[in-house]
Design a protein around this ligand. Structure first.
Ligand SMILES: [Mg+2]
Length: 377
């Protein structure tokens, strides 16, 4: 098919200012710094993908990701989109552990393929469209900062909260109490980003129980290699445990299921690429594991791509697609999430429906204030 031949391809660093530093137990984002990958077909149809680099979790770096995607861009011209599975497989091998590069490549190819077919990306994953309602994150900080954040979130109309914990036990406890005092009745998801031990986590949950606070789940309480700790919290915590950093591959997901290490998995394209994320989600659903859809610090391009998976495949109990709310500047065109966190992809005509804006100050290669190794997670 003539239109499915790739004519050109490119990779470049993509930066955007954030509304405020995004603080987690493992690092801080002052600026979004990702890699944008694009392809253009012979008939002018384009596809876009985004690689979000999370150095402290995966070991990937921006220079390595850019280098890999530039190499892929050089290899793209002349290839046919119908060879998508083979292309993805070849670059999976080539990129090795640089999974966010694979995610960007697969995203761009699928975006273009769906555009050629004139169908929205969610149809690639399922036959029925679901509306998604995202939570919003309260990042690490002081108690007054947490209170102000919750009030802002409630004013938006968002009714579920992800609360970052894991750096300071006593302060985190005070923050959770302050947040639940304001946001009574609404679910909160705690995310320790590997910051606690199993014993600390169990103590933290016990303190909350004493205060009659019941989180809907606790995400990645312990370091990703601490499987015994993860299982202990799952067995003894009395709260749903969601594996994020521990669920970095299909193999990890199989182990989680086999060893009953967690009751939920946070699915992110950046950790595995799109195809493997889809496989993990399918496998987890079959085994009664609950699903969260999440992203790193990503622009509306990659976040909307993730929304397509959750909206098309279904079965996602927890939606954590709030990264666009932390962008201080518009870096994309096409908008499918409301201020109150509702993703409705019914208006997407083809592909992801979101494209990068090439304006001065958006795609800049040069000075960065991004703290190395930080990510949303
Ligand atoms: Mg997380």
């Amino acid at each position: 098919m003539k239109t499915s031949v790739i004519r050109k391809s490119d990779a470049k660093i993509w930066r955007a200012k954030l509304t405020a530093p995004f603080r987690t137990a493992k690092g801080q984002h002052d600026l979004l710094e990702n890699v944008l990958f694009s392809i253009e077909l012979s008939d002018g149809v384009r596809g876009y993908g985004e690689a979000a680099v999370a150095t402290h979790i995966t070991g990937e770096t921006v220079p390595e990701t850019l280098r890999n995607l530039k190499e892929a861009a050089r290899a793209m011209p002349g290839r046919s989109l119908t060879g998508f599975p083979e292309i993805a497989e070849a670059f999976r091998e080539k990129f090795g552990k640089n999974k966010c590069a694979l995610a960007a490549l697969e995203m761009a190819l699928l975006d273009a393929a769906a555009r050629v077919k004139k169908m929205p990306l969610w149809r690639v994953f399922g036959s029925r469209l679901r509306t998604l309602r995202t939570d919003m994150t309260v990042v690490l900080g002081s108690v007054p900062e947490a209170e102000a954040a919750v009030q802002d979130i409630l004013r938006r109309g968002i009714r579920s909260f992800k609360v970052k914990i894991g750096r300071d036990f006593d302060l985190d406890l005070k923050r959770v109490v302050a947040i639940t005092t304001i946001a009574k009745r609404f679910p909160i998801y705690l995310d320790a980003n590997q910051g606690f031990t199993a014993v600390q986590t169990l103590k933290f949950l016990k303190e909350l129980t004493k205060l009659k606070i019941q989180p809907a789940l606790i995400e990645q309480p312990v370091p990703k290699g601490d499987w015994d700790g993860l299982k202990k919290v799952t067995r003894e915590g009395g709260v749903l445990v969601c594996a994020d950093e521990s669920a970095g591959s299909l193999e990890d997901a199989k182990r989680i299921i086999l060893e009953k290490a967690a009751g939920a998995i946070n699915i992110k394209f950046t950790k595995t690429g799109l195809l493997e994320a889809y496989e993990i989600a399918h496998l987890a659903k079959r085994h009664g594991i609950k699903l969260m859809i999440g992203t790193m610090m990503e622009t509306p391009l990659a976040v909307t791509a993730a929304a397509h998976l959750a909206a098309g495949l279904g079965g996602f109990d927890f939606i954590d697609l709030d990264a666009p709310f932390f962008m201080a500047e518009a870096v994309t065109r096409g908008h499918f999430v409301t201020r109150s966190g509702v993703y409705d992809l019914g208006k997407v005509k083809a592909g992801i429906g979101v494209t990068p804006l090439y304006t001065p100050g958006v795609c800049i290669v040069g000075h960065t204030r991004c703290v190395q190794g930080a990510s949303k997670t």
